[in-house]
Write a protein that binds this ligand. Structure first.
Ligand code: FMN
Length: 157
């Protein structure tokens, strides 16, 4: 089975989880980059507003064609109990090319499970595996066990 891991990360947590997944699963990796400025306080407010309003953004050019993979593993930070705007944009622009999806997220406290339901609905596909990691687990680097369980679910598909 061919796997493509795509993720967006504003401040690095989701990127760290993506790295550990890619060390434990054979997959191609694509980091989604946004053209909108999202760092700093203004960037934070803009990101919260975009997520709340389900706004789309303009992404930098992607290099991997999702059509060529059996499974797309989608990683996002949680923004106001939603997927991030760059991930909403990626899904909206590419969902017709997805065969199967798995989802992971990082979050401060809550919203991940609810967001996976929304991501599944948007893709019109039930995720084959999901993974929620809290920001404090990323900080403590105590999330490898959960990643291995997630990878195990994926390789069983
Ligand atoms: C605009 C914004 C809204 C957020 N909303 C939530 C939220 O609703 N629930 C939550 O648990 N964490 C929330 N967070 C915290 C992030 O999900 C968390 O810090 C995540 O690990 C950031 O990932 P990143 O470093 O890959 O960008 C929010 C962060 C931002 C920037």
């Amino acid at each position: 089975m061919s796997n493509l891991l795509i993720f967006y990360s504003r401040s690095g947590n989701t990127k760290k989880v993506a790295q550990v997944i890619s060390e434990n699963l054979t997959c191609d990796v694509e980091e989604i980059k946004d053209t909108k400025k999202r760092l700093g306080f203004i960037g934070y407010l803009r990101s919260a507003k975009d997520a709340l309003m389900k706004k789309l953004t303009i992404l930098e050019k992607i290099t991997k064609n999702p059509e060529q993979y059996d499974l797309i593993i989608i990683g996002t930070p949680i923004w106001v109990s939603n997927m991030s705007a760059p991930i909403r944009t990626y899904i909206t622009e590419n969902m017709d090319k997805f065969k199967n999806i798995a989802c992971f997220c990082t979050q401060g406290g809550k919203g991940g499970e609810k967001s996976f339901q929304k991501m599944g609905k948007l893709c019109a596909k039930e995720p084959v595996a999901t993974l929620v990691i809290k920001a404090k687990e990323v900080k403590k680097e105590s999330f490898t066990e959960k990643v291995l369980e997630f990878v195990e679910m994926i390789v069983k598909v």
